[in-house]
Design a binder for this molecule. Structure first.
Ligand SMILES: [Zn+2]
Ligand SMILES: [Zn+2]
Ligand SMILES: [Zn+2]
Length: 253
């Protein structure tokens, strides 16, 4: 399985509009962060988790030419506002794209992207997507996938496990039943928005604590704000932990 970090940034992205801090003006490309999403590739098929506002730019940056399935975590703007860019993948593969989320997510998508689901005049085309309620456990392209809830403040958000890799973003609390799903991981990608705790995201040291408890072999932090300089923060972390960066590719299994 190949995991690609399409975006490692928080909802504002890095650099942030109008910010002149050292990270936002840094020449290091690892300090430039699109909004958060990943792809998981197996058997030549590609699963995209979330469609950020930068989906087109992310696809161009890593040479992404196919999306076979989309999984959604939740419907905050930084996770869904690139959905219209799926049109290009419909054209490239000639297929409609199955989209999975929980019932609330699918309802939000029908409301926010109403034009997709009603008859309108012919124009630049619409994404061809098929909405499906996600199951707790299912198989896809040779991967054993599990979905389970973690807490994003008061909002339950879906986390996903693919064999021995888990993607857990937009979270500041992992309930015990979700912790149970996260043992024995080769790779954990986990939310850490800034150093200090936050009302809806883990702070870095909280995330480190959880990752240690789970004993994941390798840990990458995502949903990163401009408070983290890639090199400075990485030097503070244990050798099996690091900040993720855009375009990073990890082979798992
Ligand atoms: Zn987010
Ligand atoms: Zn800044
Ligand atoms: Zn969110």
């Amino acid at each position: 399985m190949k995991v690609t970090i399409l975006g490692s940034g928080t909802s504002h992205g890095v650099p942030m509009i109008g910010c002149e801090c050292e990270v936002c003006t840094s020449p290091n490309p690892k300090n430039r962060r699109f909004r958060p999403s990943i792809t998981v590739e197996n058997e030549g098929r590609v699963i995209l988790v979330d469609t950020t506002p930068e989906l087109r730019l992310q696809a161009l940056a890593v040479g992404l030419t196919r999306v076979d399935v989309v999984l959604f975590t939740h419907t905050h703007a930084d996770h869904i506002f690139g959905l219209d860019d799926l049109r290009r993948f419909n054209d490239l593969t000639g297929e409609a794209i199955p989209v999975f989320g929980d019932r609330e997510t699918l309802d939000d998508i029908r409301r926010i992207y109403r034009y997709i689901f009603v008859q309108t005049q012919e124009g630049g085309g619409k994404p061809r997507i098929e909405l499906h309620e996600v199951q707790r456990r299912f198989g896809l392209f040779g991967l054993d996938i599990r979905s389970f809830y973690v807490m994003h403040g008061e909002l339950p958000v879906l986390a996903y496990r693919f064999d021995d890799f888990a993607y857990v973003t937009d979270v500041n609390r992992i309930p015990p039943d979700a912790m149970e799903q996260l043992h024995g991981l080769e790779l954990l990608v986990l939310d850490a928005v800034r150093y200090k705790p936050h009302v809806t995201h883990f702070g870095l040291w909280e995330a480190v604590h959880v990752a240690k408890e789970l004993k994941a072999k390798r840990v990458l932090f995502t949903h990163l704000s401009h408070q983290f300089d890639h090199e400075v923060t990485n030097a503070e972390l244990a050798s099996h932990m690091a900040l993720a960066y855009d375009g990073q590719v990890i082979e798992v299994g």
